[in-house]
Design a protein around this ligand. Structure first.
Ligand code: FES
Length: 218
């Protein structure tokens, strides 16, 4: 993520994410709930990423009483960044970034089908539909090239969203202060683990499904 005057997120070793609002008066950044409502903070907040806080999305210190570790234990292997070349569009799939939010398989199954090999068919829908879907991918795992031109990064307000029972969706000019971000991570958006179980911290790797992460009491 770009290092300008927008908000910053600093993962603290074996602890929460330190979120600081930016200094750009035009866009200091917004923290939001999954329903889109703003979570008011002054300048700084500690955001839970162990999954145990009773005050989510804020840290309440619970990580100290758990075996939470911020260590990144995932070791990507070869072939985890794939290009799927179609007649009109090439879809790039970066497995190092995927958070398994599943917008792709749910909303465009003619293109994205986990039961098929290869699982992406770049000719399975119109270019417009594929572009819209790739733009919606919150983790940045999906990208595209049309006629040799890679997608231009979007310009969106700096926003961090505590998604429902999933990761933080980070959009816009937000700097992630972590030199260990995987190769190919887009500067404009990513998903940050807040359940504590990801092997690819600070990024989400979809483990929240497996551990049944719950952040709200219904
Ligand atoms: S929120 Fe932790 S793996 Fe997705």
């Amino acid at each position: 993520m770009a290092d300008r005057s927008g908000p910053r997120i600093e993962p603290i070793a074996d602890g929460p994410l330190r979120y600081r609002k930016g200094t750009d008066p035009e866009d200091r950044g917004t923290l939001k709930r999954a329903d889109g409502s703003e979570i008011e903070i002054r300048d700084t907040a500690l955001l839970c990423r162990c999954g145990a806080s009773a005050r989510k999305p804020f840290c309440d210190g619970s990580h100290a009483g758990t075996d939470f570790t911020s260590a990144r234990i995932w070791r990507p292997g070869p072939g985890e960044v794939m290009d799927h070349v179609g007649e009109r569009i090439t879809i790039h799939d970066n497995r190092r970034l995927c958070a398994h939010v599943e917008f792709c398989v749910q909303e465009l199954p003619t293109v994205f089908d986990r039961g098929r090999r290869p699982w992406i068919d770049p000719d399975g829908a119109s270019v417009e539909e594929i572009v819209a879907l790739c733009d919606k991918c919150p983790s940045g795992a999906l990208g595209y090239t049309i006629h040799g031109q890679e997608a231009v990064p979007r310009v969106r307000p700096a926003t961090v969203i505590a998604s429902r029972e999933g990761p933080f969706f980070v959009e816009g000019d937000v700097t992630i202060v972590d030199p260990a971000l995987p190769e190919g991570a887009p500067e404009e958006h990513c998903t940050l683990c807040r359940c504590g179980a990801s092997r690819n911290k600070p990024l989400c790797d979809g483990k929240h499904w497996e551990v049944g992460f719950v952040d709200v009491e219904d």
